[in-house]
Design a protein around this ligand. Structure first.
Ligand code: SAM
Length: 294
């Protein structure tokens, strides 16, 4: 879905696609990865295992947290059977299946082919009538359809300001009047707990590649923008290197309220996490429920 520009690391390569030394400079905020991350055939297999591990907060939250989260959302928003829910970045459908079990009408969108394939198979074998769509959620185009839109596990923070503003408008348009948008973000407290660093590791095979590779990991802060970058340089044994960039924009109550109001959301409520815990100044995540009233 994206054009990528992979690198070659062999020293005698006459025309490298990307200059390694240039690639080691601090990138502009929200610079793209050089290869797909969520939709890479091998990485997405490792990701799916992480989503489906019930006991680890990795690609998804622990499954008992997800149970409590769905329970809280349904109660807090007084959702009624038959309400329509849109899950953006639904992964393998851990939230979608739980909502469908409670007789909501659910649509899940994700751009990991592997997760969507798993989600479809799970829904079919459990007789859950969920609509799953393999698609970039930045391109949604719905009108007055959903009672609730969710975007869960701090994925909102990966968006540049332009993508964020455009997505918020699309989400607002997709919602029925009176509908809710529920999502979570990291706070500056979380960024404070992260150290800028560079580390490296040699692996025979692992999360990034099935074959021997060198992994350089770097954490960089952009204090002015409130952004944190974690980037992974992966050098394989075929002279290729790729850079995977995971961006995180931290939000305060004020900064997220401003972005939401600009997109015409109001009636904004804050929580410390996605199970409805109270928000405090020490919270490393901020969960938000915003409403479409106009
Ligand atoms: C951290 S995982 C969370 C998955 C799910 N929300 C959960 O909590 O179990 C983020 C998911 O969002 C998907 N994703 C990220 N950006 C996306 C985009 N622009 N369009 C569609 N899916 C996206 C990824 O493929 C991945 O499955």
């Amino acid at each position: 879905m994206c054009d990528y520009n992979r690198g070659k690391w062999q020293m005698n390569q006459s025309q490298p696609t990307i200059d390694l030394f240039r690639a080691l400079q601090k990138p502009e905020p929200f610079a793209k990865s050089t290869a797909p991350f969520w939709d890479d055939p091998y990485i997405s297999e490792q990701m799916l295992k992480a989503h489906l591990d019930p006991n680890r907060d990795l690609a998804s939250r622990k499954h008992d947290t997800i149970d409590r989260s769905v329970e809280w959302i349904v109660k807090a928003l007084s959702l009624q059977k038959g309400d329509r829910i849109l899950d953006l970045g639904c992964g393998p459908g851990l939230y979608c299946s739980r909502f469908a079990d409670r007789e909501f009408i659910v649509t899940g969108i994700d751009y990991s082919k592997r997760s969507i394939q798993y989600a479809k198979e799970y829904a079919a074998s459990n007789k859950l009538g969920i609509e799953y769509i393999y698609k970039d959620y930045l391109t949604i185009d719905y009108n007055n359809m959903f009672d609730l839109v969710i975007l869960i596990y701090c994925d909102f923070g990966v968006l540049s300001d332009e993508d964020r503003d455009s997505l918020l408008c699309k989400i607002h348009k997709s919602m029925k009047p009176g509908g809710y948008f529920l999502f979570d973000v990291c706070t500056p407290k979380y960024h404070d707990s992260v150290k800028e660093e560079r580390t490296w590791r040699y692996e025979e095979g692992g999360f990034w590649r099935p074959t021997p590779h060198l992994l350089l990991t770097e954490k960089i802060k952009y204090p002015k923008q409130g952004v944190l970058l974690t980037q992974y340089f992966v050098f394989d044994n075929k002279s290729n290197f790729d850079i995977y960039r995971i961006w995180d924009h931290a939000y305060t109550k004020d900064s997220i309220s401003k972005a939401l109001s600009d997109a015409r959301f109001d009636d904004i409520h804050f929580y410390g996490d996605i199970t409805g815990r109270e928000y405090s100044d020490n919270s490393e995540t901020l969960s938000i429920i915003a409403r479409k009233t106009t």
